[in-house]
Design a protein around this ligand. Structure first.
Ligand SMILES: [Zn+2]
Ligand SMILES: [Zn+2]
Length: 311
């Protein structure tokens, strides 16, 4: 796949923050989100049926759905949540909050849901290695993945750890729904957990044409003005690079920091899911990398620079 610049937006066209009641932060219902994501991944994996990696991602997302009833949100301190939002600190920060007791329960539930499926031998072996890893090392690896310390991670453990962390944080995120209006302004990182976005999506429906960053961890969505680099503070225009002008997925590319984040247009693909569609569009990453741009989004199913070892 080759990419070409399809649009350049000048600074005068850069969109500001909304002055109406458009929500600036949306926390999702985890069950609904995981079910839609798994269904979307199934479709994408079927479209690229020569990819064992995508087939595995679909199995892992189905396992997330199948173990949802075993994942419980932890009680919250409403004052802490309120103060966190007011002071622009994520209430479930990846630097301070890892429910270690829950880790054991949720990883076990995920592993059992996966093992109920027919797994490729490579996948079964990789899962077994994570299960055999001492709990303290599992927790260390989980914290390394949260901190984007990719070198500290065995590549074939990453998807299992990432899927477990997504369950823990996504179930928890909904518990702050009464406080989301306390989030104001712009943010490069998730206002709920402090993680990087996986991509951004231009929504349809009630939030028609508004662009939201999608959290790679807790799936919360926060408003980001369009046509502005989400990675640096440059006031310069960004370029949109994609397969064609009509592509549902584009790379929003910044000449200043040479970073890019995928921009997805829900109007062109109503069922798209940022995490699933990101996994299924590696060809766009390769093409943008060949143009000299570096990925700024994160996807917790893999670490950049490592090839998936479970395929
Ligand atoms: Zn988040
Ligand atoms: Zn930039």
């Amino acid at each position: 796949m080759s990419v070409k610049a399809v649009k350049l937006i000048q600074p005068g066209e850069i969109q500001g923050m909304p002055d109406d009641d458009t929500p600036l932060l949306v926390v999702v219902e985890a069950g609904e989100m995981f079910r839609a994501r798994a269904a979307r991944m199934q479709v994408l994996a079927a479209q690229q049926s020569d990819s064992p990696w995508l087939a595995f991602c679909a199995q892992l997302m189905q396992a997330q759905v199948d173990c949802l009833s075993r994942v419980q949100a932890q009680p919250i301190d409403e004052n802490v949540v309120r103060e966190s939002f007011i002071h622009k600190l994520p209430p479930f920060s990846i630097t301070t909050w890892l429910p270690e007791a829950q880790w054991v329960i949720v990883f076990k539930a995920l592993a059992e849901a996966l093992e109920a499926q027919t797994l490729a031998p490579g996948v079964r072996g990789a899962l077994e290695r994570v299960k055999q890893t001492a709990l303290a090392d599992q927790i260390r690896q989980a914290k390394a993945l949260l901190a984007a310390e990719d070198a500290a991670l065995p590549a074939d453990a990453v998807p299992f750890i990432g899927a477990t962390l997504q369950l823990l944080w996504s179930i928890q995120a909904k518990s702050v729904s009464a406080f989301v209006e306390l989030h104001k302004g712009e943010s490069g990182l998730c206002p709920v957990c402090g993680s990087h976005p996986v991509a951004s999506v231009v929504r349809i429906g009630e939030r028609d044409l508004h662009r939201y960053m999608i959290c790679s961890l807790c799936a919360s969505e926060w408003y980001a003005p369009r046509a502005r680099c989400t990675n640096c503070e440059t006031p310069k225009e960004v370029g949109m690079l994609g397969d064609t002008r009509e592509s549902a997925l584009q790379g929003e590319c910044c000449e200043e920091c040479r970073g890019y984040l995928k921009l997805m247009f829900q109007a062109k693909e109503p069922s798209l899911d940022a995490v699933a569609d990101d996994l299924a569009s590696i060809s766009l990453d390769l093409a943008l990398s060949a143009e000299g741009f570096s990925r700024t989004g994160r996807n917790l199913f893999f670490t950049v620079g490592q090839t998936p070892a479970t395929t």
